[in-house]
Design a protein around this ligand. Structure first.
Ligand SMILES: Cc1cc2nc3c(=O)[nH]c(=O)nc-3n(C[C@H](O)[C@H](O)[C@H](O)COP(=O)(O)OP(=O)(O)OC[C@H]3O[C@@H](n4cnc5c(N)ncnc54)[C@H](O)[C@@H]3O)c2cc1C
Length: 651
């Protein structure tokens, strides 16, 4: 079966994506031609079929909220929620700090909006942020009504705290530093109370099914276990909601759990959807790093709150790391700290530094940080008597599947919410504790939109295709992929490292080179998704020749007004990635960089991002066209002032 072009995506022109102000990025001299990525995941023929009105994929804050709200809005609807592992195994349960919402009398959505725009360094979509901050307080109150037990003041009011980048106390929290766990518990309890939501755990979604007109009509998926739903099957649904979370596992060290393999973004790329802002990955500076053990996968987070209490970063000789680097020293913005640590680690040839909290005393350490202390002690490190070994780790993906403010992607009938989506609220850097809120707000809006009428797609055009294991990457090379990404496209990036990474990604897991026989299965599907997402991320990171937000280029140290816009990544039906640039108008908050005078023209991009995506689809058209006369791209970098959020972004 051949790929059916998605006419809804390719024929509905979005001026912001197709105007002459958005030239296609071209391949830079010397860069490798872009590898052809699988346009569908190799898998056996679907052996079973389920029907639903709405299928929700993922069971973190976004997926659970979407499922519950669809049921509330459409009581007669059949909702099916599928999730890759157990219900509570996404990032949500690991969230510590809390949820941001303008709930205090002295706070306002306008203040929250401003703080969010400052953190996003010119790339937030103000309309999306407006929705986030306006709908947010009601969604948080509803969560409390649903049963989430947030920390309260003696008077019974929600206890609000402040985090880096917020100029007001607006962080709702639970169990001190266990907010995500409580949110997940409350949502799962509500879901379990509604017997009419069907849940399938251990169900790994593979690819989108589309009808002859390119509308989402369901998904293929693989279910582990016994019974008729075992193996590869198909869910046919009138609407598909992707809530698959982040992609931290593309790096060797991450705070994200093992399920965060970028499956949703990879699926969306294969479905022809627009993906954007992938280059903006937030790294957390202080994940626990066990000396002598190669970091692989999820690492325990050592909260910024410890530095807030006075702990300091030191090297093995006990020398402080941050004084002189930033006025806030150890409390500098998260990405500033991560970058300085990475530079020092490279210079000293070490894989970790230390967070020294010993001077805080055992009483404070044990009272304020019981979880961190327990985690450290379980690895043989006692924060009371020893400095804690730490290293930066991938933490949050600000980019993802581009959606409008109703969660619609550029593929009709396909919705996305939570970390997998790029609603436009984070821009170049996420403000602390805005991500749980984003999941709550935009998942609810998808349900509200569906309440206006469920789509009516036709029959899927390729539900029963047997593709065997064609095109799958070799999962034996997963650690190698993570190493390559960490070394070349991690905290520190420059043209040479990104070029090397692009080249290595062509080979990593490539069975034509390794000669390995790869069986279709969860390991190979995840590896293929990781490689797809990594390739798209590197293409965007190399194209953006400036430093902005969480994207730090060693060779382009400053922000540049000419780059005030989004890099949109699309995959064509042959599996080739294309990158285009869509400028955005000033947000009224982020100051100009003083540059932007560079000439328009094609931009160099790695990994052969050679094809111009066609229109982005009606679903994203409400973002508006590019401003007249704006510079779409630059051929050369022109030095400019900084346009960075100087406040921290902690959570
Ligand atoms: C350590 C840590 C601390 C954090 N602290 C905060 C904080 O204090 N405040 C804040 O706002 N944010 C915080 N964040 C970020 C926040 O937790 C996440 O952005 C948010 O929880 C994402 O929610 P989600 O529903 O989009 O995804 P997740 O909660 O990650 O859920 C994704 C779901 O999709 C499923 N899935 C994935 N792939 C597939 C597939 N192929 N098929 C089927 N199912 C699939 C997963 O199994 C999972 O159920 C933190 C994150 C981490 C890791």
């Amino acid at each position: 079966m051949t790929w059916t072009a998605n006419p809804a995506v390719t024929s509905t022109a979005n001026p912001a994506l197709t105007s002459s102000a958005n030239p296609t990025l071209t391949t830079a001299a010397g860069l490798p031609p872009l590898q052809v990525l699988p346009a569908r995941l190799g898998a056996p023929r679907a052996g079973w079929t389920r029907q639903a009105d709405v299928v929700v994929i993922g069971s973190g804050v976004a997926g659970l909220t979407a499922a519950l709200r669809v049921r509330a809005q459409l009581p007669a609807s059949r909702v099916l929620l599928v999730t890759k592992a157990l219900l509570d195994m996404g990032s949500t349960r690991w969230a510590q700090g809390g949820i941001a919402a303008a709930l205090a009398a002295e706070d306002s959505p306008d203040d929250h909006l401003r703080d969010t725009l400052v953190a996003g360094v010119g790339l937030c979509d103000p309309a999306a942020v407006r929705v986030l901050v306006t709908d947010g307080p009601a969604r948080v109150r509803e969560l409390a009504t649903l049963g989430a037990e947030f920390d309260r003041t003696p008077a019974g009011e929600l206890s609000l705290t402040r985090e880096g980048g917020h100029l007001r106390d607006r962080i709702v929290h639970a169990g001190g530093d266990a907010t995500g766990l409580e949110v997940e518990r409350a949502l799962i309890a509500a879901l379990r109370a509604d017997a009419s939501v069907e849940v399938i755990e251990h169900a790994l979604v593979l690819d989108l099914l589309v009808d002859a007109d390119g509308r989402a009509a369901g998904t293929t998926l693989h279910v582990l276990g016994e019974g008729t739903r075992d193996g590869v099957g198909a869910v046919l649904a009138r609407a598909v909601i992707l809530a698959t979370g982040g992609m931290g596992q593309i790096y060797a060290s991450t705070t994200n759990p093992s399920v965060s393999t970028g499956d949703g973004v990879a699926l969306a790329l294969r479905a022809g959807a627009v993906v954007t802002d992938l280059e903006f990955v937030q790294f957390h500076p202080t994940a626990l790093k066990i000396p002598g053990v190669l970091a692989a996968g999820q690492q325990p987070l050592v909260s910024e709150a410890m530095r807030g209490e006075g702990a300091v970063l030191v090297d093995a000789a006990g020398e402080r790391v941050m004084p002189g680097v930033h006025p806030l020293a150890d409390l500098a913005p998260r990405d500033v700290v991560a970058k300085q640590m990475s530079r020092l680690m490279a210079a000293q040839g070490v894989d970790h530094l230390y967070l020294d909290a010993r001077h805080l005393g055992s009483e404070l350490i044990l009272r304020r940080f019981p979880t961190i202390t327990a985690q450290c002690r379980s690895h043989g490190i006692d924060p009371v008597t020893q400095p804690i070994p730490v290293a930066p780790a991938a933490h949050y993906a600000s980019g993802g599947i581009r959606t409008d403010t109703w969660g619609r992607t550029s593929v009709p009938g396909l919705y996305a919410c939570g970390e997998v989506a790029c609603t436009g609220v984070h821009g170049a850097n996420r403000l602390a504790s805005n991500s749980l809120l984003e999941g709550l707000v935009f998942a609810a809006r998808i349900a509200d939109h569906l309440a206006g009428g469920l789509p009516s797609p036709g029959a899927p055009v390729e539900a029963v295709v047997d593709r065997g294991s064609a095109g799958l990457a070799d999962p034996a090379q997963r650690a190698e992929l993570a190493r390559v990404m960490t070394e070349g496209a991690g905290v520190l990036r420059a043209a040479p490292s990104l070029l090397a990474t692009a080249k290595e990604l062509v080979d990593v897991g490539n069975v034509r080179l390794t000669g390995a026989t790869v069986a279709a299965g969860p390991e190979a599907w995840e590896m293929t998704n990781l490689r797809t997402v990594a390739t798209a991320l590197v293409a965007a990171a190399a194209a953006r020749t400036e430093t902005r937000g969480s994207h730090w280029r060693e060779d382009f140290a400053d922000a540049d007004d000419a780059w005030r816009g989004h890099l949109l990544v699309r995959m064509d039906p042959d599996g080739l990635l294309g990158v285009t640039f869509a400028p955005v108008p000033p947000d009224g908050v982020t100051p100009p960089t003083g540059s932007g005078a560079a000439s328009a023209g094609s931009v160099t991009a790695p990994a052969g991002s050679v094809t111009a995506p066609a229109g982005g689809g009606a679903a994203v058209a409400d973002r508006g066209p590019a401003p007249a006369g704006s510079r779409a791209a630059v051929a050369d970098h022109v030095g400019s002032g900084r346009a960075r959020a100087e406040e921290g972004t902690f959570s």
